[in-house]
Design a protein around this ligand. Sequence first.
Ligand code: SF4
Length: 451
Amino acid sequence: MEEKSFFIKTFGCQMNIRDSEIMAQKLGEHGYIEGLSIEDASVVILNTCSVRAKAEQKVFSLLGSLRKAKKRNPRMKICVAGCVAQQEGRNILERMPHVDLVIGTQAIYDLPFLLENMPGKTAINLSDSYEIPRYIPRLNSQEPGNAVSGNDTAVFSRFVTIMQGCNNFCTYCVVPYTRGREVSRSVFDILDEVKTLVDSGVREIVLLGQNVNSYGKSNPVTSGGLPYSFARLLHDVSAIDGLKRLRFTTSNPKDLSDELIACFATIKNLCPQFHLPVQSGSDTILKRMNRKYTIQTYLDKVDRLIAVRPEMALTTDMIIGFPGETEQDFKHTMGLLDRVRFHGSFSFKYSDRPGTMAAALDDKVDEQVKSERLQLFQKRQDEISLARNTEYIGRTLSVLLESVQPEVARGRTTTNHIVHVELKGVARPGHFIKAEIYHAGQHSLKGTQVL
Ligand code: SF4
């Protein structure tokens, strides 16, 4: 019998990474083996992102190059999944006739069935129902969290989806169109999945959603008849026996509640790290983006977070050159950078996304101006990141090891900083060790193991 193998290439956010894990698991349950290269796979899946024009261009460029790979390996089926698939649908098949299957963001659970029951040469499955099926992904025996001994590289941190979709309609964003409205997953399914992962050796869980702070709001997930908030979910997940570290992403600042801020004071294994996307330092631009907060309210929340957890490492997202952004608006963005001193940021030039309100605005910023502003922003952020990281020199930090080579290991701190550690004793992936930091770079730290 011919071997069924698959290769998944994932673009974009953590939600896509999690969806790729689910597709891999579903294919594994149907006898597919994960291959090491695109060329030899019988099924190639591109899990795509349409949040920025550049990411979408990369997808179409890779799809173009797969035409030749398919000629060399005619049994190859090419599947496009994710947000580009949801948004472009049939256009993909018209533009790229060598594609076999296009599936929307909610069809991932049916992938093996769709592959084996395609009505013709090509098929398309775009669901407009945004339910999250009752499916508890499990670790299989080849996954590192399950096999602590013998491995020198491992993943002990896993994503768990708690909600999908978004109701906010920021004017630049395609997510409400590609992922639909907010749907929260059942609390029982979430707790069940986290328990399964922790029992399999996972040490750290990252709760995932487009706007985690809205958990339970759109379709109330009740427990004992009581409303169930994201803060309450954090308490319940954090109490699972054996879970060492808990993180979450992402939050819209407008929904960051006092109840959530208080969690950082009371939940011991909730890591002091917060990704709080601000997108611009100008109130005028925030209004045009429909973000529904001001810089003052953002700063108030930042200050309160730091008051409850002084070691909090804050990161953010920034869009540079949104339509109508003036020199003055950009100065406010640079001012915010210096005021908050984010540990890191993801910054991008604004690009039009089809169907969004911002795409229809006519006061676009010149490409050259956008590039210059982005460069200035990133240069200042790099300086701040380095200065922030230098503050760790001389401190002893707890590091969860991800990979171990002879004499040197790599892991992460509670603040999610990468540390390269010189080992003085026995260490394994998945172990927690103490490291005294002696060097700081822009993106990582170096330390020595403290026995
Ligand atoms: S909050 Fe705004 S940026 Fe985030 S997913 Fe929703 S619409 Fe997009």
